[in-house]
Design a binder for this molecule. Structure first.
Ligand SMILES: Cc1ncc(COP(=O)(O)O)c(C=O)c1O
Length: 433
């Protein structure tokens, strides 16, 4: 048989992504018995709460296809959840349920004939999804010197370069890769700008329930309800990434209803429905339950301790890095050491990530994976994996926190690998000075 003729959009995408390449290298090094500090892997590792496990077990018999928009009872519960969290009236017909928020973002991008405007840096999949759909992507300008601040000036510049009249903007707060939140004052200005320019915003709020405590999560939807689609799900605050349950909250307008119809068509032709037992269990996950909310807060508090400690160690080493406000990421920059790094043959973030892995056994992701220019020497670090590699290790961290919730004690007594990783990073940075 002759080789398959691939779609042109896929021909240049067949090289493994930096994420996959780093993971493959890490797995290879582990298989050879080497220690690797996996600061490249962002996944909340806490145990599935027993209430949620029970809800899934109780619904193992659910076997039928469900409505493409999602199970009605779940949509009602999700609408209640967002009504309580946003302080605005959200209706069940505004909710769409899908197999992960990633699939919902793809469906929405497919539904819209628009150019995609992306902040720099931004999560790894938004841009490639648009490329798969043949949509233009315009990356907003941002620099490490300004800690990649999101500005309306950069947005306006990107809008002016849009090759299509319709534009969508994806924002993500708390952010992967920077951990930062968009503050209410900026969201208010952003709402006014997008309203004037008629820009639809996909607001990825998947990390909304993992704040670090010094800034509350705010949603653009409260300032711009008619033009904001919120994305959320169970992957992060419930540590349920593998369950594949995401939700979208569409505007309560005629345009929102039209977009819902289009997204339902995409769902109907691609995935039909998110897994039925998981949707039934998700009713419990979205319900008002004191035990579950305190568990979610506990997990967020541990993410905060681990992430803020890692960040403060970077700052002590003199590495420029914006302080994370939520989630389990940060985006440090090594531009101050451009010269000594060049002497090591490192001129791009890809080369920096490869060097750190090969020479210091520290796995990270290069800034290029997040749309940063190749010569910005930025990396994404995730705090979620180290010292929680196995279920037993993750359990042990949770137990230790319950015994003593002091952050310094948790880090000094229960994070041996994190300490080693920092030691290794210190050796690397001291060698550059
Ligand atoms: C910013 C961001 N959005 C969306 C997702 C995808 O989440 P889901 O599991 O709901 O598809 C992730 C997962 O890594 C993420 O980091």
């Amino acid at each position: 048989m002759s080789p398959p003729q691939l779609s042109p959009v896929l021909q240049h995408k067949l090289e493994p992504s930096p994420t996959l390449r780093i993971n493959e290298m890490v797995n290879h090094m582990w298989a050879q018995g080497n220690e690797v500090y996996h600061l490249g892997f962002g996944e909340s590792r806490f145990p599935v709460h027993p209430i949620i496990q029970r809800a899934l077990a109780d619904n193992a018999h659910q076997k039928s296809y469900l409505a493409g928009q999602g199970l009605e009872a779940l949509r009602v519960q999700v609408a209640r959840f967002y009504t309580a969290h946003l302080g605005m009236n959200i209706k069940a017909n505004q909710i769409m349920v899908g197999p992960g928020s990633k699939a919902l973002i793809y469906a929405l991008q497919m539904a819209l004939d628009a150019a995609l405007i992306l902040p720099t840096p931004s999560w790894v999949s938004y841009g490639p999804q648009a490329e798969l759909l043949g949509r233009p992507v315009i990356q907003m300008r941002a620099t490490p010197a300004d800690q990649y601040a999101f500005t309306l000036a950069a947005l306006d510049e990107a809008v002016a370069h849009s090759p299509k009249p319709q534009k969508i903007l994806i924002i993500n707060s708390p952010n992967n890769p920077t951990g930062q939140m968009l503050r209410p004052a900026l969201l208010r200005e952003l709402a006014a700008y997008c309203r004037e320019k008629q820009i639809l915003v996909l607001s990825d709020e998947i990390y909304a329930l993992t704040p670090h405590g010094h800034a509350p999560h705010a949603s653009l939807a409260t300032y711009y309800p008619e033009g904001t689609v919120i994305l959320g799900g169970l992957s992060k605050h419930m540590s349920l990434g593998g369950w594949r349950l995401g939700v979208a909250v569409l505007p309560d307008t005629e345009d929102g209803a039209l977009l819902m119809r289009a997204a339902r068509v995409v769902a109907g032709e691609i995935w039909s429905t998110a897994s039925a037992p998981v949707q039934y269990a998700a009713i419990t996950a979205y319900s008002e339950n004191a035990e579950l909310s305190s568990y979610v807060q506990e997990c967020a508090a541990i993410h905060a301790i681990r992430t803020q400690h890692l960040w403060s160690w970077l700052v002590e080493l003199g590495i420029p890095c914006a302080q994370p406000d939520g989630a389990f990421y940060m985006f440090p920059n090594f531009d101050p050491w451009r010269k000594p790094l060049a002497a090591l043959g490192i001129q791009t973030s890809d080369e920096l990530a490869s060097y750190l892995l090969a020479e210091h056994r520290i796995a990270t992701l290069p800034g290029t994976a997040f749309g940063a220019p190749a010569h910005d020497l930025s990396l994404r670090l995730a705090s979620s994996y180290v010292d929680m590699e196995t279920d037993a290790a993750a359990d042990a961290i949770l137990t230790a926190y319950r015994t003593n919730s002091n952050g310094d004690a948790l880090m000094s007594q229960h994070h041996p690998k994190m300490a080693q990783a920092i030691g290794e990073l210190t050796r690397f940075v001291e060698g550059l000075k």
